[in-house]
Design a protein around this ligand. Structure first.
Ligand SMILES: Cc1cc2nc3c(=O)[nH]c(=O)nc-3n(C[C@H](O)[C@H](O)[C@H](O)COP(=O)(O)OP(=O)(O)OC[C@H]3O[C@@H](n4cnc5c(N)ncnc54)[C@H](O)[C@@H]3O)c2cc1C
Length: 208
């Protein structure tokens, strides 16, 4: 629905809407007439994604926005669940796992596709070098060696962010800064010439 009349001149990326009838997060796509609304359901109360018909979703949205006469078109209704999973191996012979096929993490922190893009970047130039016979196929093994540690750390960090909010707990990883989680690690693999033997695998803070 076009919500621009309620917003001008404000804009936002993400807003939590809490009222006695609905609890969810409204996220902008174009800050005008395309939006994503996240609403929770509780399987232990017998609720399931099938309970969210288009009609019910329209009702929820109207309650969230606070206007009953909105002209809403629903593009899609997608269930998702937060998970923390990293594949034990990113390569099996000629098969490589990248992106969500290799790792799942909660959306807290917004690391999911960034991590997948880093996987793709790491693998793509190595594949090109091997296919063009500029490198030995052994180079491809360094994809797992380099990415697996960084991915596990990122996945754990994203998960800790979610659970520290829910359980109000603090993890040792919470002391890392966000940018360091995204780019603050050094790869250890046979493709890297080590500066010295105690090169740290991860940096908790970055000087920007
Ligand atoms: C609520 C939410 C918020 C998020 N927010 C962020 C964020 O802010 N920042 C961020 O970086 N990440 C975020 N993510 C994570 C991000 O969306 C995913 O990490 C990313 O989309 C994964 O990309 P992918 O290409 O690996 O997998 P996908 O996007 O899942 O793409 C896989 C594609 O393969 C297709 N496919 C599946 N099976 C087959 C088949 N057999 N044949 C052909 N095609 C097939 C699928 O249809 C799909 O199009 C968020 C995720 C969620 C759920």
């Amino acid at each position: 629905a076009d919500l621009s009349r309620f917003l001008k001149p404000s804009q936002f990326g993400w807003i939590q809407i809490l009222n006695p009838e609905v609890f969810g997060a409204l996220i902008t796509v174009n800050n005008r007439d395309e939006w994503i609304y996240h609403v929770t359901y509780n399987p232990s109360n017998g609720e399931s994604p099938e309970d969210f018909s288009e009609e019910r979703c329209c009702e929820i949205l109207k309650k969230a926005i606070g206007v009953s006469s909105l002209d809403i078109v629903i593009f899609s209704i997608l269930p998702w669940a937060a998970a923390e999973q990293t594949a034990t191996r990113f390569q099996d012979n000629r098969v490589f796992l990248i992106g969500d096929a290799a790792h799942l993490m909660p959306p807290t922190g917004g690391f999911g596709s960034n991590t997948g893009i880093q996987d793709a970047h790491n693998l793509a130039w190595k594949l090109a070098a091997v296919i063009h016979k500029q490198a030995h196929p052994r180079l491809l093994q360094t994809y797992h060696d380099e990415r697996h540690y960084a991915v596990e750390l990122t996945t754990k960090y994203a998960s800790d962010l979610l659970f520290s909010v829910i359980k109000k707990g603090v993890s040792t990883l919470n002391s890392m800064d966000h940018t360091a989680v995204t780019v603050g690690y050094k790869y250890n693999s046979t493709a890297i010439i080590k500066e010295n033997s105690d090169t740290p695998h991860r940096m908790d803070q970055l000087e920007l």
